[in-house]
Design a protein around this ligand. Sequence first.
Ligand code: AMP
Length: 290
Amino acid sequence: MEVIESVALMQSKAEELRLSGSTIGFVPTMGFLHEGHLELMRVAGRLSDKVIVSIFVNPAQFGPQEDFAKYPRDTQGDLAKVEKVPVDIVFMPSAAEMYPEGFQSKVSVGDLSRHLCGLSRPGHFDGVATVVCKLFNITKPHIAVFGQKDYQQLAVISRMVEDMAMDVDIVGVPTVREEDGLAMSSRNAYLSAEERRSALCLKKAMDRAGELYARGERDSSVLKSSMERLILEHPFTNIDYVSVCDPVTLDDLETLGDRFLIALAVKVGKTRLIDNRLVKKANNFERSGS
Ligand code: AMP
């Protein structure tokens, strides 16, 4: 496994792979890797000849009051994990390498970026789209793999790729969960034992909404208020949003049809957690991420 820190070197390596006829599968991450990330890499490995993983905590997607400085990092641990997947190349640039003096371009995906997390994290998805666009230009992938855990991110990237005719196939992978149902996340490392217990409220809230829908409830406000009540019964919780929305546009829904998305963002203590579930009528409810 090769570790590359320079943009120029990564680009020439990717070009070399392409010229030799290899297909490239790319998995962008911010490191502090867990089983969810590793699953994305396995999927990339099944769908392509060579797997490139990036580890880059992207300052441009964190707001001024957010956790960029204290975002968990463990480079040696990460490298040991990816080696076992296996991965061919780890691209690990510095912030100065990605955003050199004079950098001033931005990729902005319109409406999709303004819903859900975009409301409380203004500029977040511009930061995500910009870095992913740049990473695509550096790693030159044929396919790129993202988690459905970050549903809106997957929607924004898919939109960007389609709008800009980027020649890369985007693949979404279901959310990998802890045994009790908590979605794996690097930020789970922030939770105290008591907060960890409360964190399960996201999954429980989606279960409750799914049950209400399965019993015939079609008023989204009933689902939402029931989820909100359940979440707030758990200590340390503070709701950012509870949304029942269209899975394509992410617009809020009033009356529920055969297919909709539940998306949640809840602060548990100081840790902001997100989760989502795609609900379909045919089999009562199907977990987007699970
Ligand atoms: P991050 O390092 O949090 O930026 O995530 C990197 C990639 O891993 C993104 O595509 C995420 O959606 C994906 N990811 C994070 N957590 C999970 C999970 N529990 N299951 C599946 N994919 C995940």
